[in-house]
Ligand binder design. Structure first.
Ligand SMILES: OC[C@H]1O[C@@](CO)(OC[C@@]2(O[C@H]3O[C@H](CO)[C@@H](O)[C@H](O)[C@H]3O)O[C@H](CO)[C@@H](O)[C@@H]2O)[C@@H](O)[C@@H]1O
Length: 590
């Protein structure tokens, strides 16, 4: 049985000296507010009550503290990450002149730790007929002899997409500041049968077990998305194979294709040359126009340059996503220093472009995420923030075994709550779980009414960026659903329906199911950094990144709560929180 009725006679949750505000007051107000908001989802774009903060205060607050964003203007796809002479380099689609898409160039930043960044001069800009409409996305390759080159898509003067090459001018410069285009560009024209605007984002070149050097690119034929494979002898001339590496009907254009091996035996990342038993290969594609990155795990046959998904139901574009919120055009780096694969995507704004103009900047990057195969399930990848981000933690707090009765919400007294790392673990009442006969096979975060929709066994989780009266709140939560056959499925969701009182963007619930194994507790990690919330469930099996724009729940008014809006089960929460110091992000010139 599913109900939206508020619980009126809920038992008072146990008090703890850690709670600073009367829990019972919040219990009633939360249930009431959620109830009322559920009844009326109509929000106006005008400010309905006097605000403490001006528009300028709010726009200033939205800028993040430990996520990469340039000082101003517009960033887009991450491009060509590489490691050279002790520095991590990340290039990015960048409009140096305005906070909107256009003049696409390769911006350039470097870091020693993937947390603190120096912005460098823009590396590659549109200057030639073959890229005058944009130096679009691509990759870099570091050859075993130390040579480095970039492959990128040139948006030509007729808007056809041509592949081009550039190289750093001085390899002994650890920062690789200067780049020069190959004078024989473009190196590749669109193959027959492919749309002139459906051919882009060349990959890193790698050497297969047969010694042949390979590059891949995404495209579509009709509505079938696919990966093309090329061979090269000299890294400049490329010959396309007749057959694609893989294709999936009805998945449209595959942008920013990524392809890499993952180990079945340990968490060490493998470089592209790895091949053979104990290895799976992942294809990742970014679905044009949908803003979603999809991945699939399978087997690569290097002899025939064919890839087969482990499970056809989880094929590329129809199965699993890297992130169920805002995260797109991701690109991974094999980090030779720490033997890990790290991925970045862009996290776009979700309010109107007018706001981008007011802010003067648009779009951020997620905190770099390591990617490994989830060897417990074998079906999922684990995406998890790089360990270096923990160097920003301070003021750690621990809250043990907080009892959350059905229908309760309790504040966490952690001080300022706009830059946080939170790890929260929840145990549901096993007797209630076994006894409940509610059949909720069709639960889906995205089709639900968010945290207001109550079932026997959920939702429960963490509310972030909430003001004291809960007029603005962003719940990130688990929803446990009992299936008709007695089985259980768990969902991980972020509810953005009530994140802001004054918002001209999407009001949605993000999320998906997350596998939970028999011996596992439910655990989530949240990185809260002003207008971005990154959520990781079960060690990164399911990830949700959201952009939120509260108007009241900002600066010292932002608060964190634990809640349990289930109707039957209680939940026991143990939580660790840390404040997060700002990262050092130095714009150029320094
Ligand atoms: O910056 C180009 C790279 O970005 C990618 C993936 O994010 O392609 C996006 C794409 O669309 C952008 O340009 C459109 C204008 O032409 C604009 O309407 C849209 O909002 C933008 O996202 O860029 C290319 C070139 O314009 C277009 O074919 C794509 O849909 C990546 O594939 C590009 O390399």
């Amino acid at each position: 049985m599913k109900t939206h009725e508020p619980l009126l006679n809920h038992p008072e949750p146990p008090r703890s000296t850690l709670w600073v505000v009367s829990t019972i007051t919040f219990v009633s107000s939360f249930v009431l507010i959620i109830f009322l908001n559920h009844q009326n989802h109509t929000f106006t774009n005008t400010i309905s009550s006097p605000h403490k903060y001006s528009q300028s205060d709010r726009l200033t607050w939205e800028r993040t503290a430990f996520h990469f964003q340039p000082a101003k203007n517009f960033i887009y796809d991450p491009n060509g990450p590489l490691f050279h002479m002790g520095w991590y380099h990340l290039f990015y689609q960048y409009n140096p002149y305005a906070p909107v898409w256009g003049n696409m160039s390769w911006g350039h930043m470097v870091s020693k730790d993937m947390v603190n960044w120096f912005e460098l001069p823009v590396a590659i800009v549109p200057t030639e007929w073959y890229d005058i409409e944009g130096v679009l996305s691509g990759s870099t390759t570091v050859l075993p002899d130390g040579r480095i080159f970039a492959l990128y898509t040139g948006n030509a003067n007729d808007f056809s997409q041509l592949q081009c090459k550039a190289v750093p001018v001085n390899l002994s410069d650890p920062l690789l500041v200067e780049w020069v285009k190959y004078d024989g560009n473009p190196i590749l024209y669109t193959p027959e049968g492919i749309g002139l605007k459906d051919y882009r984002d060349p990959s890193t070149v790698w050497t297969g077990p047969d010694g042949k050097h390979r590059m891949i690119m995404g495209t579509k034929r009709g509505n079938t998305g696919m990966v093309l494979v090329y061979y090269t002898d000299d890294y400049t001339n490329y010959v396309m194979l007749d057959e694609p590496l893989h294709s999936v009907p009805n998945t449209d254009m595959w942008e920013c294709v990524d392809f890499y091996p993952v180990s079945l035996t340990n968490d060490s990342a493998l470089d592209m040359a790895a091949y053979g038993s104990g290895i799976k290969h992942v294809i990742k594609e970014s679905w044009e126009g949908h803003g979603m990155d999809w991945y699939s795990i399978g087997t690569y046959d290097a002899k025939n340059d064919k890839w087969t998904p482990d499970n056809p139901d989880l094929d590329v574009g129809i199965g699993l996503r890297c992130d169920y919120g805002k995260f797109f055009a991701s690109k991974s780096l094999f980090d030779p220093l720490k033997k890990r694969r790290v991925t970045w995507g862009y996290v776009g704004e979700s309010d109107s472009p007018d706001q981008d103009l007011l802010r003067g900047w648009a779009t951020l990057y997620n905190v770099g995420r390591t990617v490994v195969l989830d060897r417990k399930t074998g079906t999922h990848l684990l995406h998890w923030p790089v360990e270096e981000i923990e160097s920003l933690r301070y003021n750690g707090r621990v809250f043990e075994e907080i009892e959350l009765e059905p229908g309760s919400i309790v504040p966490l007294d952690i001080g300022t709550a706009t830059q946080l790392d939170i790890i929260a673990t929840f145990k549901v009442d096993q007797d209630v779980l076994k006894a409940t006969s509610e059949a909720n096979d069709n639960y889906s975060c995205t089709a639900s009414s968010g945290a207001a929709e109550r079932g026997s066994l959920g939702p429960f989780g963490v509310v972030v960026l909430a003001d004291g009266t809960l007029s603005e709140l962003t719940p990130v939560y688990f929803y446990v659903a009992k299936n008709g056959d007695g089985g259980v499925s768990t969902h991980f969701c972020t509810d953005k329906l009530r994140s802001s009182l004054d918002y001209d963007g999407e009001r949605v619930v993000y999320g998906s199911s997350v596998p939970v194994l028999d011996d596992e507790e439910l655990t989530m990690r949240l990185l809260v950094d002003h207008s971005i919330v990154e959520g990781f469930a079960q060690g990164g099996r399911t990830v949700i990144t959201s952009r939120v724009y509260p108007t009241k729940a900002i600066y010292e008014e932002a608060k964190v709560f634990l809640f349990n809006n289930a109707t039957s089960t209680s939940a026991k929460a143990s939580v660790k929180t840390w404040q997060m110091a700002p990262a050092q992000i130095h714009p150029y010139p320094f």
